[in-house]
Design a protein around this ligand. Structure first.
Ligand code: FAD
Ligand code: SF4
Ligand code: SF4
Ligand code: SF4
Length: 361
């Protein structure tokens, strides 16, 4: 990875006291991946120094939890910052959408928009590869970063895992470099905190590596929180009475988490019962709708449909392309009357939940 401008400050003056020790680390791993001297390693609460910090400034320049200048990032990503009434960030349009691809509909989480967009991008040669989250074979429901090159690999990664994967940014760095060398682009799918990290990486002043040009489009997922993997899996076995291996799908609807076993009826618990497994960094996170992505996708409890927020010119071009190729069907958001209220409620709830003193230093 490249080196940013030489700075006075290093890890010990920035991320350690302001992010890790304040319990604000999202564990995204971006700082570790972008330390050019490889002196950071990921610990349980966040990055730790394993050798002398050379104070190059990369780690805190890419950290989504440190000095995040939202206005500057919005200017970079969208050419303008949000208007006062854009509570869930800059956007061009918001629609309901669903995949028309039968292969996607068999495996997707909600309406399959994310997988369909990725298959469209790869199939049409608009991107050479995509970075997303797959599943660890030996540990079901543990997300694992994946670089995928084909539409069939996209299908293997469909569905939502409600735990977290740390090394997404390492893959993003590799993919962007590969994409740059091949003259193609790498699409990215991630949670709002990961999208924030991607934007900061794109803004690093390392022109010759061409990060900005090699990444895109960035597809963000709506996110309320993720759960500590070990605790969540133990809860699944002990409280729900299902083993991780026999669960084929998990989903959150109207305040309950549903677990669908391979055979038999789904079981559910109130999401509130999982509160003790919510990761510390998530409690400080203010971004529900992936406000800095080119396209943000969630479901807000709709059965088999996605709510899609199209934010940038690139996002619009990609979404329109997939619709025109006959891969997606759309409906007007007004056809589901309560949806905008739910979106605003969740956006506000997440901002309110984050302790004020723990917001950006
Ligand atoms: C942890 C988490 C929390 C979420 N919370 C909400 C919520 O509160 N409200 C809401 O409306 N929607 C939420 N979503 C989004 C929702 O679950 C769907 O991902 C979204 O509606 C897209 O549906 P789809 O059918 O297009 O997805 P699919 O076509 O099935 O594609 C899903 C994509 O999600 C990626 N993915 C899965 N798990 C992870 C993970 N842990 N980290 C990063 N990427 C992952 C995969 O790479 C895959 O490409 C959440 C998603 C996740 C992963
Ligand atoms: S990126 Fe590495 S060397 Fe540079 S300031 Fe951070 S820890 Fe120190
Ligand atoms: S939020 Fe990410 S980049 Fe920031 S300290 Fe934590 S792991 Fe590093
Ligand atoms: S709530 Fe979601 S977006 Fe925020 S830090 Fe947790 S996983 Fe990341």
């Amino acid at each position: 990875m490249g080196v940013a401008e030489i700075e006075e400050k290093g890890f010990e003056e920035t991320l350690k006291p302001e992010v890790v020790e304040k319990g604000r680390c999202f564990l995204c791993g971006t700082c570790v991946s972008f330390c050019p001297f490889e002196v950071l390693s990921m610990g349980a609460r966040g990055p730790e120094l394993v050798d002398t910090c050379l104070k190059c400034g990369n780690c805190y320049s890419v950290c989504p939890a440190y000095e995040f200048d939202e206005k500057a990032v919005e200017e970079f990503a969208f050419g303008r910052s949000r208007k006062p009434d854009e509570e869930f960030g800059v956007y061009r349009s918001i629609v309901l959408a669903r995949s028309k691809d039968p292969e996607v509909l068999k495996v997707c989480q909600d309406g399959g928009v994310v997988s369909t967009l990725l298959r469209y991008l790869l199939g049409s040669g608009k991107t050479g590869l995509s970075v997303l989250s797959g599943v660890k074979k030996e540990q079901p429901w543990l997300p694992e970063p994946r670089i995928v090159l084909s539409g069939s690999e996209v299908l293997e990664c469909a569905g939502s895992r409600y735990s977290y994967t740390t090394n997404m940014m390492f893959n993003m760095g590799t993919a962007a470099l590969l994409g740059f060398l091949e003259g193609s682009r790498a699409a990215f799918v991630g949670l709002p905190c990961q999208v924030r990290a991607v934007r900061k990486v794109q803004m690093l002043p390392i022109e010759e590596l061409g990060w900005a040009k090699a990444i895109g489009p960035v597809i963000g997922l709506f996110c309320t929180e993720t759960f500590d993997y070990e605790g969540f899996m133990a809860f699944l076995k002990e409280r729900v009475g299902l083993s991780p291996e026999e669960v084929v799908k998990m989903n959150i609807k109207k305040g309950r988490m549903y677990f669908y076993p391979r055979e038999g009826e789904p079981k559910s618990v109130r999401v509130k019962e999982l509160a003790e497994f919510v990761r510390d960094g998530c409690k400080t996170c203010t971004d529900f709708s992936a406000e800095l992505a080119d396209i943000s996708v969630g479901s807000l409890g709709l059965e088999g449909w996605n709510v899609v927020i199209i934010r940038s010119e690139l996002g619009e071009e990609v979404f329109k392309g997939a619709v025109e190729a006959g891969l997606l069907e759309t409906r007007d958001i007004s056809e589901e009357p309560g949806v905008m209220d739910i979106l605003l409620r969740l956006v506000r709830m997440k901002r309110k939940r984050a302790p004020k003193e723990k917001e950006n230093p």
